[in-house]
Design a protein around this ligand. Structure first.
Ligand SMILES: O=C(O)CCC(=O)C(=O)O
Length: 209
């Protein structure tokens, strides 16, 4: 397991020092066998492509997704309340592995499937109100390699990572407050990519309303 910690050099903005993006990239975190087990399992996931409203216009998201989580961990994501589905076997094993290896606690995982390089995810931060304060987000890539952009919200300084199958990216708190990320279209990519982002939500956040 090769661990690389990379980030921006400190950026001077007026009298403020802007801290580097706090993330850890672990190349080849999963073995080929572990990757294959998840890829096979994902063929049975009830992946959906919901419609979202952006600037008053409804359109289908350019990927498909499923949210697996503990009880009372529904998630309001891109303006849609997604109900928690029960954990599949290998996704649950990966969650346990993250807890064992990094003491990384999560209670839900968003799985995204990008069929090929025409599918993408726009600039955003994972900063929804139900995400537990101070928690990190762990993101695992399977299948096709894709570029992953990180940019500072104020300076617009950008880092480009290429995430390969089996790589794990941990986005540490408070990265989501100061940085956005995206997965841009890459028309040369013809193969599917799966991404699992493990998150920790405040239990019962939506149920309490
Ligand atoms: O596919 C990825 O690497 C990014 C996923 C992501 O940004 C998200 O699920 O919020």
């Amino acid at each position: 397991m090769k661990q690389v910690k990379i980030g921006f050099d400190d950026v001077q903005l007026a009298n403020t020092v802007v801290k580097p993006a706090p993330y850890t990239l672990i190349r080849s975190y999963l073995t080929n066998e572990q990757q294959q087990a998840l890829i096979e399992e994902a063929k049975q996931y009830p992946l959906a492509r919901p419609a979202v409203t952006v600037y008053g216009k409804r359109h289908l998201i350019p990927r498909s997704q499923a949210w697996f989580a503990d009880k009372d961990c529904d998630y309001l994501y891109s303006g849609l309340l997604i109900k928690a589905l029960p954990w599949p076997q290998y996704a649950a094993k990966l969650r346990q592995k993250l807890q064992r290896d990094f003491s990384f606690v999560s209670n839900g995982v968003l799985v995204n499937l990008y069929q090929d390089g025409t599918e993408s995810m726009g600039w955003h931060s994972d900063d929804e109100k139900e995400i537990a304060a101070g928690s990190d987000i762990a993101s695992l890539t399977l299948g096709a390699s894709r570029d992953f952009f990180i940019r500072h919200k104020v300076t617009k300084e950008k880092v480009v990572l290429t995430l390969n199958s089996g790589d794990l990216l941990i986005m540490h708190w408070p990265m989501q407050s100061n940085f956005e990320h995206s997965v841009p279209k890459r028309l040369r990519v013809k193969q599917p990519r799966l991404n699992y982002t493990f998150r920790q939500l405040i239990v019962g956040f939506h149920q309490a309303k």
